[in-house]
Structures are given as C-alpha cells and as structure tokens.
Ligand binder design. Structure first.
Ligand code: ADP
Ligand code: MG
Length: 255
C-alpha cells in the first residue's frame, strides 16, 4: 500500500480534481484505491456524487481518533474506488487535536490498519499547512503538488518544500516529493509558458511531463458528481489526466 498526499497551500489549484482523477485511473486498471477527503469544504466528496449523510462517520472522526478508518469508508459509484468523506466539522478538528498526545500521528496509526485493503490511498488536503495537512504528510509515503499555471503560482511553493522538509526531519524521514503537476495551462497564454519554464528549471524532473490544460469540461464535471474521466472521456482534460496517470505509473515502476 502506498499513501500519497495531494497538497498545496493555495486553494483552487487542482488538488481535488487531480486526486479524484488519478484515483479513477488507478481503479480502472484494477488497483484498489481509497481517497480521503481531508478538506472541510468536502469538494472531493461532492465531486464523486456522494451525499454527506447526517451521522455518517467522516475524515473528521478518523482524524480526532473517535472512529477507526475502516468504519468511515463508503463506496463510490466506481469499482475498487472507496472514499472517506469529509465533514464541515473538520474545520474545528485542529483545535481538538491540540490537546491530544502524538497529535501528528493519529491518521497514520489509523491508516496502518488498512494496509491489506488498498493499493493506494490518496489524501486530498485542505489549502493550508495546519495540523490536518501535517497529519496527511506524516501518514504519506510521498506528496504530489498541483501547481496552477498562473501569476504567483510559485509563491507558497518554497514554503511547502520547507514544510515537507520539516516534516521529514521531525516526523516522517521517508516522505518524498513525488512530483509537481502543472494544471490549468492555457496554450494561448504566454504566462503559462513562462511559468512552466520557470518551474521546470527549478524542479527539473520532479515536474511531470504531462501538463493539464484548462478545460471547461473539467469544471463542469463536479456538478454531475463524476470525475472528468467518466463525465467526458474524450475531452482534452480527461485525455490529459489519462496521460498523467500513465506517466505516474511509469514513474512508479522506475522508483
Ligand atoms: N484543468 C482545469 N480546467 C478548468 N477548470 C479546472 C481545471 N482543474 C480544476 N478546475 C476547476 O477549478 C476549480 C478548482 O479546482 P480544484 O481541483 O477543486 O482545486 P483545489 O482542490 O486545489 O481547490 C474547480 O471548480 C475545478 O472544477
Ligand atoms: Mg480541493
């Protein structure tokens, strides 16, 4: 089992979209996948067409240690693809965690018990570097960082790298930066190209060759409760995510 956190301190950069579409592609090639919606906004949960039921255990309960991960899992409409849904309560979890001993390790301990059940667990992080994200990074083998090809994209990236290193030093020595994915790329936009060049110069082969273009169909998909790979397989966005999944697997084999 491999645990991957999808993180970036910025909101709206494609974390959730990337999480659910990599998960969809992996499940389509027979991998057993669990997505953990770790953002109080619950976009991964809604984007998968899952209704948040009252009383349903969520990633919040798992994070504060009041529910085993296994009991918070729900099936999605896709085979081999499960979810631990989010809850708005997650926003308050940070305060509740402060008093717990080993508060950085609660999620990790819980996920260790799922070892035999999944090939991949993908954690969709909130846009911040709080204790929720720290729990995700402490649990993970690696981090994937989606980066929006827009002005100030690089802002915050240096901080994230610093934070990843701090977590490596203090809690999780094996945490690796698996890769950076450029998202919402516009061909017509020179800025997109400049940012791509900058990021590649700085991070070299950590940056995936595959670039996700800006694509209206991707933005439509969540309201239909479907990943773009299911909603419109032929769209440029879906094809890019398919290509990304191939590159992801290729890189996994080379590790
Ligand atoms: N490549 C893309 N082209 C167009 N819209 C996109 C693309 N990727 C994501 N979006 C849309 O942009 C918004 C933010 O994406 P999302 O994946 O939710 O980012 P995050 O999880 O980082 O906040 C969502 O409405 C999503 O549907
Ligand atoms: Mg999100």
């Amino acid at each position: 089992m491999k645990i991957i956190s999808i993180a970036n301190r910025k909101g709206g950069v494609g974390k959730t979209t990337t999480t659910i579409n990599i998960a969809t592609a992996l499940s389509a090639i027979n991998k057993k996948v669990l997505v953990i919606d770790f953002d109080p906004q619950g976009n991964a949960t809604t984007s998968l067409g899952i209704e948040k039921k009252k009383g349903q255990a969520s990633s919040y309960n798992v994070l504060i240690g009041t529910c085993p991960a296994k009991e918070a899992i729900v099936a999605t409409n896709l085979p081999r693809f499960d979810l631990i849904p989010s809850s708005p309560d997650l926003a308050a979890a940070e305060i509740e965690l402060v008093d717990l001993s080993e508060r950085e390790f609660v999620l990790k301990k819980s996920l260790m018990k799922l070892q035999a059940d999944y090939d991949y667990i993908l954690i969709d992080c909130p846009p911040s570097l709080n204790l929720i994200t720290i729990n995700a990074l402490v649990s993970a083998n690696s981090v994937i960082v989606p980066l929006q090809c827009e002005f100030l994209a690089l802002e915050g990236l240096a901080d994230l790298v610093k934070n990843i290193n701090a977590i490596k030093r203090n809690f999780n020595p094996n945490l690796a930066l698996q890769g950076i994915i450029l998202t919402m790329f516009s061909k017509q936009n020179n800025l997109s190209k400049m940012i791509e060049a900058d990021v590649r110069k700085y991070f070299g082969d950590k940056v995936y060759q595959t670039v996700i273009p800006r694509c209206v169909r991707i933005a439509e998909a969540p309201s239909f409760g479907k990943p773009i790979l299911v909603y419109d397989f032929k769209s440029t966005g879906a094809q890019a995510y398919l290509q990304l999944a191939k590159e992801f697997l290729q890189r996994e084999r080379e590790l």
